[in-house]
Write a protein that binds this ligand. Structure first.
Ligand code: 13P
Length: 279
């Protein structure tokens, strides 16, 4: 089974001016110099270039928060995949629940956006997740399956492994109510199973993230789950202090598992004693 590189993405939403973005990245870069995780910053469109310029020669990738499925046209206010590639942006968040709920982004549009991003060489970070009503009605799996089947309908074979899937339960986003490790693992395993129904190799390789009120107290446990390969967080000032450190922790846990295969599958307790000892 391929080793999946941990993936930590900070979705800044509509926060940070160009100046604030530059200050943040300048402070972040020294802290992540040794990381082997994919560290991805998702600034607002206005700050994309400022972050791109600062991250040249580093491990940081830059993602836009949205794009249009067409390459050009009369679509006021939109940007296309090729326009993002021209800026040296490498990834794009698609289907965030805020875009689905507040801006009417549909699965039909996403079914075109995901392959358009891949065709342009952008890594799609596809967000899926259920509402509180759906979870209460035990419809979580049905919602995830409907979203993923629709959004990935036109993505074939090996390309599936290039999509990063973020499980973000809507009721957990910005609410302080984090999914329990059991809920996060169950949903992410279900998502991996759905990908596996399309392509077994892609299921083993695809990165699946958890997002929704990740905090210093729960990040290590969530990111240590078997089917969770990292996180999508709002990252407002928290990323350098906590989440990247937890990404490093996960790398070390994985390295330890590689050295001691019998320990594979064991989960890190929360709070992680190894982290407290500064491992
Ligand atoms: P919070 O970390 O504030 O819950 O936001 C998560 C999110 O929406 C990332 O895309």
């Amino acid at each position: 089974m391929p080793e999946r590189t941990p993936y930590l993405a900070a979705n800044w939403k509509m926060h940070k001016t160009v100046a604030e973005a530059g200050e943040f990245v300048d402070a972040l870069l020294p802290r992540i110099a040794a990381t082997q995780s994919d560290v991805v910053i998702c600034p607002p469109t206005t700050a994309l270039s400022a972050v791109v310029e600062r991250r040249y020669g580093t491990a940081v990738k830059v993602a836009a928060q949205n794009m249009h499925e067409e390459d050009s046209g009369a679509f006021t206010g939109e940007v296309s995949a090729s326009m993002l590639v021209e800026l040296d942006v490498e990834a794009v968040v698609l289907g965030h629940s805020e875009r689905r709920q507040l801006f009417g982004e549909t699965d039909e549009a996403l079914a075109r956006k995901v392959p358009a991003a891949l065709a342009a060489g952008l890594e799609p970070i596809l967000c899926v997740g259920e509402s509180e009503e759906a979870r209460d009605a035990e419809q979580t799996d049905a919602v995830l399956e409907r979203q993923l089947r629709a959004d990935l309908a036109a993505v074939v074979g090996t390309k599936l492994a290039e999509v990063v899937i973020a499980y973000e339960p809507i009721w957990a986003i910005g609410t302080g109510r984090t999914a329990t490790p059991e809920q996060a693992q169950e949903a992410c395993a279900f998502i991996r199973g759905l990908v596996g129904a399309i392509d077994a190799d892609a299921a083993a390789a695809v990165r699946i993230l958890y997002g929704g009120s990740v905090k210093p107290a729960n990040a290590a446990e969530l990111f240590g789950l078997d089917d969770v390969d990292g996180g999508l967080v709002d990252g407002l000032g928290r990323l350098p202090q906590t989440h990247v450190q937890h990404g490093l922790l996960r790398e070390r846990l994985r390295a330890r598992r590689r050295r001691a295969p019998a320990a594979a599958g064991r989960r890190c307790a929360a709070p992680c004693p190894a982290a407290q000892a500064g491992c």
